[in-house]
Design a protein around this ligand. Sequence first.
Ligand code: AMP
Ligand code: MG
Length: 416
Amino acid sequence: MADVLPAGPALPARVVRSLDEHAAAVLALGRPLPAVTVPSAQARGRALAADVRSTLDLPPWDSSAMDGYAVRSAELHVGGALEVADDVAAGDTRDVRLPTGAVARVMTGAPVPDGADAVLPVELTDGGTRRVHVQGVVAPGAHVRRRGEDVRAGDVVLHAGDVLGAGAVGLLAATGHAHVAVHARPRVAVLSTGSELVPPGQPLAHGQIHESNGPQLAAAAEAAGADVVAVRVVRDDVPAVRAALAALVGEADLVVTTGGVSVGAYDVVRDALLADGAGELVHVRMQPGKPQAVGALADGTPVLALPGNPVSSFVSFEVFVRPLLRRLLGARHVHRRRLTADLAADLRSTAGRRRLLRARLDWGSGRPVAVLVGGPGSHLLGALAGADALVDVPEDVAHLAAGDPVTVIDLREHDA
Ligand code: AMP
Ligand code: MG
C-alpha cells in the first residue's frame, strides 16, 4: 500500500501566527482600487472615492411642511377671516408675493410665498378657498421648512470611504449628483479544489460530495461588495491547480481557493502555491481555520488559500478575506461590528487556540444572548445557515459559563 501513495515533497515550513497577526498580514496585501464614476442610482454598496458636497441648499427654497395657508402670523386672530389670494401647489414654479391682509393656500412641499412667515394648517381653519375663517393661530416660522435648514450648498454630505446605503443614494440624488466617484469593485475568483467535488444537481457516487464552498464563498464575496468573476473547481492535481491559477492572471484582484492547504498527501494548493518558493504556509492558532496559505499569481494578484472544511472556509472568509475585500472596495471600516452578548450555555474551549463559534443571537430579552449552533466540527454545515454571529473565544480562555459576557462578530449585513 505504502508504495502506491505519492511520496510528495517535504512539507514546507509553516509560519505560526495568532488570528490577529494573520489578519493583519492579509490586510496589508491590498489597497483601495482606483476610482470609477458610476450613476448614483447604482452606487449602493460602493465606497466613495472622494468627499461629496451638496450642489445646493436643502430645502432649496422655503417650503410648506403642511397643507394649509401661507400667512403673516401677526394678521391671525381666532374668529377672523382673510382673503385667499392665491393657490400654490407642490411644483408651482412662480415667484409668488403675498399681499398684506391675505393668505395663500399652500400644499405640503409647495414654495412658501414671499412675505409669509408661517403656515396655518388647514385643520385650524374652515378650509375656505375665497375667504378663510381662522380657528387657531400659529407662531412665526410655524410649519415652514427654511431654505438650507437641512443642508447648505457646499456642505460635505458624504465622506470618502463611506459605503453607500439606501439613505446615501437618496441624499446623492437630493443634492444634485447624477454620478459619483467610487472605488472599483474588487474582482474575485474562487477556486475550489478536491477530486471528490461534484456540482450540485449531479448525482453523487460513493466518495463524492457536492461542491459547496465555491457557491458559499461567492455569495459571501458578493455580499461584501465584490464582483465574482469566476467560480471554478479543480481536481487534486498540482499541475491542474497551477494551470487553473495561471488562467486567472489578469482576471481578478483577489483569488480565493479552498481545500488542499493542510498536511495531507494530496494537499495540492499548498504544493502549487509554494512550488516556486513565493507563498507562505501559515498555521493560525485558531479553530476552525488553522491551516492557511498566502501566495500570488504571476501578475502579483494575491491568492488566499483557505482550508476546505465548509465551516473553516466560512470562518476564514469572515476574518481574513472579507476585511481585505472591504479594503480593496475602499471602505473606511473593513471589520464587522462586534457586540457583547450573554452566553446562553456553558462552553469549553482549548487554551492556546482562538475559537470562533457559530451562534444565533436571541434578542427576546432586549439584550443579545448568544446561542451556539452547529457543534464544534468544522464539517457541520447543517446549522450554518442559522448562524448570524461568531462567538469570539480568546486564545487563553478554556471555560465560559452561561450568562458570561462574550464578544461576538455580528454577521448581519449593515449599510456603512
Ligand atoms: P481539505 O481542506 O481539502 O483537506 O478538505 C477538508 C474537508 O472539506 C474534506 O472533507 C473535503 O471533502 C471538504 N471540502 C473541501 N472542499 C470542499 C468544497 N468545495 N465543498 C464542500 N466540501 C469541501
Ligand atoms: Mg481536499
